[in-house]
Design a protein around this ligand. Structure first.
Ligand code: GAL
Length: 391
């Protein structure tokens, strides 16, 4: 999938699909030949002299620089995402963030990194961003707890950090969705779908991801108070769909798949693995128990339309990514980020998650242009789409 300039989802690329160059900032490697250790300080001095009237994009032009300096003299913003196995990061978070930065500050440069779920790699990427003297870092950590020291390193180099989607203690700002609410909504949807007593499996996210603990706590708060019985539970080390499938397949050695009343899967990637395991164990696709998810991935929306997955959580990533881009530009401008609330002592922008079932695909992800009917209703799903009134 790529995002058009208006930020709308259009198509799903395979990993070889080139990204549209018009969504990218200038190649950070170009125009970054001169390091200016005091660039931020220079920008703030200019701001002071200009009696508080500071435009991020132009500020650095005042700071001089040699002929090698980037033509724009704009600020540099680092975006560091955790992995690429979950579709959202490369398909939505990155392009939406980059497009918003480009819109707000055409002269700004973006240094982009993806850690591929590797904590050590992310630490190196943070080091690299620090040595490139970026002006602000937007960091979605592989390991939320360990990332506190990465934040401290950046701050020691006078680089403010926005914790993106996953909380990091000590960050200057934090933005995410209400993650405990995500878990509650998933749990409540499952309880309602089962509509009584029954055995369920629970697949949670990575123990290193602070969101995973919040999803799990929210889900348990509802499930534990219901008539459902958790007969197996798994904290999936890296959110991997393959692990989810393998673990569920193992469970089904001793549990009759037909006896399961439902499965709590914390995200869509895992839901896909669970459904593959259930059908692999012999359950017909039209007899699957309700399975939850999160992220409103295209494959999950298609499974929902086809009746194979019960629900997902749609998090309008546009709001989160664009909010983070606006916050980054505010920071570069030396301004307070507006409208924050407190989350564990960090000024935060927290957004609301939305439940998606077959009943409201049209009113949610389609209405938002997160996915178009054409995206969802491929030949394979044409009948299901017609039955759901989607085509
Ligand atoms: C969480 C994130 C989810 C999902 C998951 C898997 O932290 O909030 O939206 O993407 O990671 O990577």
């Amino acid at each position: 999938m790529y995002l058009s300039l208006d930020g709308n989802a259009r198509a799903v690329p395979d990993s070889s699909t080139p990204r549209p160059s018009d969504l990218r900032g200038p190649d950070p490697k170009e125009g970054f030949t001169v390091h200016q250790p005091n660039r931020r300080a220079a920008a703030f001095t200019v701001a002071a002299l200009a009696a508080g009237v500071l435009a991020a994009c132009g500020a650095n032009e005042e700071s001089g620089g040699g002929s090698d300096e980037t033509a724009s003299g704009g600020a540099t913003i680092a975006l560091l995402l955790p992995e690429s196995a979950t579709a959202r990061y490369e398909a939505f978070d990155r392009p939406l963030f980059e497009a918003k930065i480009q819109e707000l500050c055409p002269d700004c440069e973006i240094e982009y990194f993806n850690a591929d779920q590797d904590e050590t790699k992310q630490a190196e990427q943070v080091d690299s961003a620090i040595s490139q003297n970026v002006d602000v870092m937007v960091l979605d950590p592989v390991n939320g707890v360990a990332a506190a020291s990465l934040v401290a390193d950046a701050q020691a180099a006078d680089i403010p950090v926005i914790a993106y989607d996953r909380f990091i203690e000590g960050a200057d700002y934090y933005t995410s969705f209400d993650n405990e609410r995500v878990g509650e909504l998933q749990g409540q949807a499952l309880v309602d779908a089962v509509g009584g007593a029954g055995d369920i499996l629970m697949l949670n996210g990575s123990p290193d991801d602070p969101n995973a603990a919040q999803f799990k706590a929210g889900a348990h708060s509802v499930i534990d108070a219901s008539e459902l019985t958790v007969v197996g539970e798994y904290d999936n080390p890296d959110w991997s769909p393959d692990n989810a499938q393998a673990w569920t397949t193992d469970q089904l050695d001793t549990i009759d798949p037909a006896s399961l009343a439902g499965v709590y899967a914390a995200n869509d990637g895992q839901a896909g693995g669970v459904i593959a395991a259930l059908t692999g164990a012999g359950l017909p696709a039209d007899q699957l128990p309700p399975v939850t998810g999160q992220d409103a991935e295209l494959a999950a929306i298609q499974r929902i339309v086809a009746g194979e997955q019960y629900m997902t959580i749609y998090k309008p990533i546009k709001v989160e990514a664009e909010g983070a881009a606006e916050a980054a530009i505010s920071i570069v401008n030396g301004e307070e980020v507006a409208d924050t609330t407190d989350f564990q002592g960090v000024p935060s922008l927290i957004h609301d998650p939305i439940v998606v079932t077959a009943d409201n695909v049209a009113d949610t992800v389609v209405a938002d242009d997160f996915w178009t009917v054409d995206d969802i209703c491929t030949d394979e799903y044409a009948d299901a789409c017609a039955a759901a009134g989607l085509s």
